[in-house]
Design a protein around this ligand. Structure first.
Ligand code: CTP
Ligand code: CA
Length: 218
C-alpha cells in the first residue's frame, strides 16, 4: 500500500509486466533455463504499483515475494507466458522484462535414460516472441517497453530490437558482468529520440526511475 498522500500518477492505468526466466522442459525431470533472477522485473512491478497502477505480473519460476499491490500470474514456459500475456490484455503499457527462453525442445513423455553409447540429441525449436507479438498486435498497449540483454554491441543490438519488435522503448543492459542475479544494473534507455545512459544503480532505483518515466509518458 502506498503511503496515504503519496502521488498516484498511474491510478486507473493497467500495466502488464513480465519477469523472471522461463523453464523449457526436456523430460519430466529436466529443463532448460537461464540466469534471470526476476529481481529487476519484480522491482519494476512494485514501483509501478507504488505509483498507483493496477499491475499484472506474469512471472516465470522465481523465489521472490510478490510486491504489494501486484497481481501475479505464474507460468513456466515461454508459450505459457505468451498465453498469459494475451489473456491479460488490454493494458495501457507493457514492460517485458522476462528473460524468455528462445527455444523449446519437443518434450519427452518419460525420463530420458543413458542407454546405449550416444547421448540424446536435443532438437530445438524457436519460441513465440512475446514482445514482437505485442508490438504488432491490434490490441497493442499504448506504451510497449522491452529489455535487451546483450554481451556485446549493446546499443546497436538494442536499437535494432526496438524497431524489429515494434517497441517504443528498449532498456538495454550489458549482461557480460554479474547483472543477472546481481543487485545493480547499468542500463541505457533507447527510444525514438535517442539513447539515455543511466549510471550504475541498484535495481530498485532503476525500477523507480523507469516507473516515473512511464507515468510521465502515459
Ligand atoms: N522477448 C519476448 N519473447 C521472446 C524473446 C524475448 O518477449 N521469445 C522479449 C524480452 O522479454 C525482452 C526483449 O524481447 O523484452 C529482448 O529479449 P532478448 O533476449 O534480448 O532478445 P531476442 O529477440 O530474444 O534476441 P537474442 O536473445 O537473440 O539477442
Ligand atoms: Ca533471447
Amino acid at each position: 500500500e502506498p503511503k496515504s498522500g503519496a502521488p498516484r500518477p498511474l491510478a486507473g492505468k493497467h500495466v502488464l509486466v513480465t519477469a523472471g526466466p522461463t523453464h523449457e522442459p526436456i523430460d519430466p525431470v529436466r529443463y532448460i533455463a537461464n540466469r534471470s533472477s526476476g529481481k529487476q522485473g519484480y522491482a519494476i512491478a512494485g514501483a509501478l504499483a507504488a505509483l498507483g497502477a493496477k499491475v499484472t505480473l506474469v512471472s516465470g519460476p522465481v523465489t521472490l515475494a510478490t510486491p504489494p499491490g501486484v497481481t501475479r500470474i505464474d507460468v513456466e514456459t515461454a508459450q505459457e507466458m505468451a498465453n498469459a500475456v494475451a489473456q491479460a490484455l488490454p493494458a495501457d503499457a507493457a514492460i517485458m522484462v522476462a528473460a524468455v527462453g528462445d527455444w523449446h525442445v519437443e518434450r519427452a513423455e518419460q525420463k530420458l535414460k543413458k542407454q546405449g553409447g550416444s547421448p540424446p540429441r536435443l532438437e530445438l525449436a524457436e519460441n513465440p516472441d512475446i514482445l514482437a507479438m505485442l508490438g504488432a498486435s491490434p490490441r497493442r498497449p499504448g506504451l510497449v517497453v522491452g529489455f535487451a540483454a546483450e554481451t556485446e554491441q549493446v546499443l546497436e543490438h538494442a536499437a535494432a530490437k526496438r524497431t524489429r519488435k515494434g517497441a517504443d522503448w528498449i532498456v538495454a543492459n550489458d549482461v557480460s558482468g554479474d547483472v543477472m542475479g546481481g543487485e545493480a544494473n547499468a542500463v541505457h534507455l533507447v527510444t525514438a529520440d535517442g539513447v539515455e545512459s543511466w549510471e550504475r544503480l541498484p535495481k530498485d532505483e532503476v525500477a523507480r526511475r523507469l516507473a516515473q518515466r512511464i507515468a510521465d509518458a502515459l
